[in-house]
Design a protein around this ligand. Structure first.
Ligand code: FES
Length: 157
């Protein structure tokens, strides 16, 4: 009689085992699936180009058109990319990167010569960013520029 009772209890325990295994198996799969989704989200946010507000943050206000005289220039010290905004004529605006392509000194505007000059080794660049003198190996990058009302905007790339 005791053996029959013991067999019955053993049957009950073995009947519970698959249910418990199944539960923990499902829990484990759920945790792995959630981890996978999180990982996929991180990878996707890294690959996907910025849109909306983040993309807009690449557009930098670069001063007022009224305050930039013809023949003048203004240096914008953006921490990501310092650049020059130059106004060669009333209707023309140019934005060029402000770091020399030789050893990255910050360039200076020479109004009389109408070009950007490097204080470190006398490199010089014309209004198209081309090297016209000295050791710089590459031209400067030209940045997209436009105005809205009186405000000048430059897109950093
Ligand atoms: S750093 Fe500009 S010419 Fe050398």
């Amino acid at each position: 009689m005791g053996d029959a009772r013991e067999d019955e209890l053993t049957k009950d325990r073995t009947a519970e085992e698959p249910g418990r295994r199944s539960f923990f198996g499902s829990l484990f799969k759920s945790v792995i699936a959630l981890w996978g989704l999180g990982f996929f989200g991180v990878v996707l946010s890294y690959i996907k180009p910025p849109t909306g507000r983040r993309a807009e943050s690449n557009v930098k206000r670069a001063g007022s058109l009224a305050q930039l005289e013809v023949g003048g220039a203004t240096l914008v010290q953006d921490p990501r990319q310092p650049f020059w905004v130059i106004r060669p004529s009333k209707d023309q605006l140019i934005a060029l990167t402000a770091t020399c392509t030789h050893l990255r000194c910050v360039l200076q505007w020479n109004k009389e010569q109408g070009r950007l000059v490097c204080p470190c080794h006398a490199g010089a660049f014309d209004l198209n960013g081309n090297v016209v003198d000295g050791p710089p190996p590459r031209p400067l990058r030209s940045l997209p520029i436009n105005t809205r009302g009186d405000t000048i905007y430059v897109k950093l790339s």
